[in-house]
Design a protein. Structure first.
Length: 188
């Protein structure tokens, strides 16, 4: 501990021994000022005549490159827009052509469909007419059979009720008129 105290006392005495006319550490000396200004002037001249032109030329070259790239991009954009417009025009043309083909196919199909439907309708009408004729023929045959059965029954009933047999023509006329009147009123 004694050594630390002796060192600090020694430092205090060294501070007291400093000259009384000590110079200000911040104040400039003429030699330092001249060297500083000389170095600044050399650096300023080097920047002005050597570095600045290179920087300016580099910036101008970069600006020219950017402008050239911009013009190239505008040219490419215009070409791309023209290609897109041409593509859309061709696409519209192809779509119109396809729509025309579709419409033509529809018309063809519709005409074929109409022809087939009319042919089927004609066959159906013919079959209906044939069926109606067959029904009418069958009805007429059935009516004839019913009429002849009714004539036989009425003739036999008249013979049983009246005694002498009635004329076959008179019975047939009476049955026909009765059946015609009944058929006209919807009876059976």
């Amino acid at each position: 501990m004694l050594t630390a105290v002796s060192i600090s006392v020694g430092l205090l005495q060294a501070d007291k021994e400093a000259p009384a006319n000590d110079l200000n550490p911040i104040a400039l000396e003429l030699k330092e000022f001249a060297w500083g200004m000389g170095a600044f002037a050399v650096l300023a001249l080097a920047i002005r005549y050597w570095l600045f032109p290179k920087i300016r030329d580099g910036m101008q070259a970069r600006a020219d490159l950017i402008q050239g790239d911009k013009e190239s991009a505008e040219t490419m954009t215009a070409a791309a827009r023209a290609d897109v417009a041409e593509y859309e025009a061709r696409l519209a043309s192809v779509r119109a052509e396809a729509q025309g083909k579709i419409d033509a196919a529809r018309e063809t199909l519709e005409s074929e469909r109409t022809e087939k439907i009319s042919a089927v309708n004609e066959r159906i009408a013919q079959q209906r007419a044939d069926a109606a004729a067959a029904v009418e023929e069958a009805r007429q045959a059935a009516m004839d059979d019913v009429e002849s059965a009714v004539v036989d029954v009425v003739g036999r009933a008249a013979e049983i009720a009246l005694g002498p047999p009635a004329s076959a023509a008179a019975v047939r006329n009476a049955v026909r008129s009765s059946m015609g009147a009944t058929a006209g009123t919807g009876g059976s």
